[in-house]
Ligand binder design. Sequence first.
Ligand code: FRU
Length: 538
Amino acid sequence: QTPDQIYRTGYHFQPAKYWMNDPNGPKIYMGIYHFFYQYNPYDAQAGNIVWGHSTSTDLVNWTPQPPALLRSEPYDFKGCFSGSTTLLSGGKPAILYTGVDFSDNQVQNLAVPKNLADPYLTEWVKSPYNPLIAPNSVNKIDGQNFRDPTTAWLNPDGNWRMVVGNQQNGNGIGLLYRSKNFIDWIQAENPLHFMNNSGMWECPDFFPVSTISQNGLETSTMGPNVKHVFKASKASTDFYTIGTYNPNKDIFIPDNKSLDIGLGFRYDYGKFYASKSFFDSSTSRRILFGWINESVNNLETNSIRGWAGLQGIPRRIWLHKSGNQLLQWPIAEIEKLRMNPVIEDTTVLMPGSVREISGVNATQADIEMSFSAKTLEKAEKWEANWTNPQQVCSIKGASVKGGLGPFGLLVLASKDMQEYTAIFFRIFKGNNNNFIVLMCSDQTRSSLHLPSSDYDKTTYGALLNVDPLQEKLSLRTLIDHSIVESFGGEGKACITARVYPTNLAVDGATHMYVFNNGSQSVGISKLTAWSMKTAQIN
Ligand code: FRU
């Protein structure tokens, strides 16, 4: 590999070259998975956006297809922005996407496959009725803030519904539209959801989840044992809220106002944006794709490398039995890339200990482990003024000694441990004799050759709703050259980081360790690490 390609990934989705951002319209059609993405076909920076397209039979290996949508018409001349696919009656796919027209207005368009008998859907035809919805003096929609139509769902009244992201006077809005024929769309009187002062809502997603099963639901499913999830992307973060959709009144009400968009749960507490889910009817799963941006994003770096942007490993998502939050887990198919497992028996990590996990390709790995603490005696006190877990993780990084924790993993690490990315837990004592579990991903020592001025080294943090006395505390981490994706508490909190370690430049110079920097010992009840094969990607 040439020195500038050491950060290219082995099993994460990326195009052969150039810039990629949002995932668009994933779906399965005639047994083939389709993935579209915001793509610049000329350069490794944002711009000239079209819909890149790849297909797969396993969501792991991908074959490139010609772009599905190019900039060609007055209504999408400045860009084919994000959107979704819907399966219409008879399973016919349709793309709804945002075009940026000649005057920089965002308008909503339709495209359909040229040949429904082609399982690869290589050619798409734009509707002669485009643009279907455009800002005008009657609807008074702001043409700069009107984009990213959702997958449509069929209401019991026989009409389609879909949502478009919008902002008015700083308020984030999911505008609701209705249509009988998928061409004429009428704006509903009230938005499906909104939140004052929350800024532009990009890439909304709206879908049902089952309250009684981990299976996913087709997007138009309603009725008993169903909750709905509304997701909006804003301020570099994907927020979701769980609630009830009333199809007769066309309203969505979050179960808990304090967990609404911007206040409550995030899909990921690190880098993960503009995500899009779809229902995989072949396996009854709901699967989530998310864009993982670079941490260094200047034109020079991007053009030297010739590429920018990754997709996270697709995640299966379902409702936790509490009904309060979603769980996320890398799709099972990714496990077929696992090889040469290194299994460690139950051990104790003494205070201050660091132990290497050897025998694994530390640049391309998957690791699963769980911790247990016999006593929580030495847990530090959670301070009353700590309201932001990310901030606590930044004050108390991996090198700051604690009581119960920090303990976890040091990955993409140099032998002398000057350079590493740390994923770890700290357990605190709350005020009501409760315990508070913090999950952190610390990038401050990740990419030693890069000055912080060029590089986003933010430390990420999340609270994990796990009772460490009753449950094991699990961690799964996927490592792939310049990405580290971590799933805590069996998918209750996810943190994704992009890092550019210097140690990748030399074969064999990358290591992986477990560590405990607390004053109390912790048990490791299970640890398995696999080297990961390289997938066939584009
Ligand atoms: C989100 C986004 C979308 C838009 C697209 C343009 O990252 O800004 O709102 O449609 O990217 O590429």
